[in-house]
Design a protein around this ligand. Structure first.
Ligand code: FMN
Length: 235
């Protein structure tokens, strides 16, 4: 009964497709106060599946051709949880390892065709497992242009953008901190790849892009873009 009430509340929240946040061009995305109407709660992630880790490693392949099918909000939430979800009983530790537990990664979503989610740019917030809207509109073409015109990116229903804040890790490790942040981006990306296989979705790590153009799309000056993962059902 309690589960049914929680599910009903999540569904009601999901029906309220968020509107555009203030200051879409601003650089304060990570620290901005976000009105509750600008937040999309994500469904509770599945923490125990039936597909083996060996199977998903064996079937992981970079996928660059997608069907027209929308990605569901449930699957998107699951991918974001795999990327940076809170998994520690302490309420702090995350799905991917982090040097000194500094957690420098910030994950963004460029959504085009996702169920219950309007086209737009969103920022994933692991603590509340939700998406805060950055700006409204379909930015997939702009993202494809920013990725040195890799046109296939445009056909993905949604892209997950991995970014890092070097200062968080450099505070403890100095210059070596930048290396650690890059390593962490790889761990996050692999989690997304493997979770995608388990969901019968596909993705590719895109490292070729203009940093400035991607930052402009994300409306965030204070992050370093480290990878774009377009996601969809493999064609
Ligand atoms: C750091 C990194 C950057 C990459 N950048 C791109 C890219 O910009 N565009 C692309 O199509 N694939 C990119 N890839 C995917 C590789 O081409 C792909 O992993 C490789 O061909 C091996 O294929 P597999 O992933 O199916 O095993 C990148 C992979 C990595 C790890």
């Amino acid at each position: 009964m309690r589960q049914a009430i929680v599910l009903a509340l999540v569904l009601v929240a999901m029906l309220a497709v968020p509107v555009c946040a203030e200051d879409p061009e601003g650089s304060g995305v990570l620290t901005a106060e976000v009105a509750s109407s600008d937040v999309m709660p994500l469904p509770e992630p599945v923490r125990s599946g039936v597909i083996s880790i060996e199977y998903v490693i064996d079937h992981r392949r970079s996928v660059r051709a997608f069907t027209d099918a929308q990605v569901t909000i449930k699957d998107l939430g699951q991918l974001l949880w795999a990327a940076q979800g809170i998994t520690g009983e302490d309420g702090v530790k995350r799905a991917a390892p982090s040097a000194g537990a500094k957690y420098p990664m910030e994950i963004f979503v460029v959504a085009g065709k996702v169920t219950w989610l309007g086209p737009g740019v969103y920022h994933y917030r692991p603590e509340s497992h939700d998406l805060a809207i950055v700006k409204k509109g379909d930015f997939r073409q702009a993202l494809s242009d920013a990725a040195l015109s890799q046109e296939w990116i445009m056909s993905a229903p949604v892209s997950i953008v991995i970014t890092g804040v070097y200062e968080r890790t450099m505070e403890k490790y100095g210059e070596r901190g930048t290396r650690y942040v890059h390593i962490e981006a790889g761990a996050v990306a692999e989690n997304i790849y493997l979770q995608a296989v388990a969901l019968k979705l596909g993705t590719t790590y895109v490292g070729a892009f203009s940093d400035e153009d991607v930052k402009a799309i994300l409306g965030a000056d204070d992050v370093a873009p480290l990878g774009i993962l377009p996601v969809g059902a493999p064609r």
